[in-house]
Write a protein that binds this ligand. Sequence first.
Ligand SMILES: Cc1nnc(-c2cnn(C)c2N)n1CCCn1ccnc1
Length: 114
Amino acid sequence: CYKIAQISKDDNSQLAVCRVLLAELEAHKDAWPFLTPVNHKVILGYRKVIKRPMDFSTIKRKLNNNLYFNLDTFIADVNLVFDNCEKFNEDDSDIGQAGHNMRKFFHELLHLKK
Ligand SMILES: Cc1nnc(-c2cnn(C)c2N)n1CCCn1ccnc1
């Protein structure tokens, strides 16, 4: 796999790396539970249990509105998606398994690009 250039200090190239990482997450076969916000009006208990909901479409909007200070604040929101999933779903459920697979995939992406 290719190696993204060393993350340079300027925000633009860090933001470009975030866009590439998000595109790769969205393209993954197991991304389907995370593409849009969980509908807490339909999923009983979600709003009570999950204090900070997050999903890939919200991350994309925040990226486009320049709401990530650097790569680390972007990574924190991606990890929040998977932490919420683990909190609300059994490990052996379809969604729980998708969350574990996506977290592993993201971790490998980050290590490839360092
Ligand atoms: C993400 C995520 N975490 N829990 C759920 C969920 C949705 N319904 N139920 C019963 C859950 N535990 N989700 C969102 C999964 C989004 N989804 C569900 C069917 N197609 C997309």
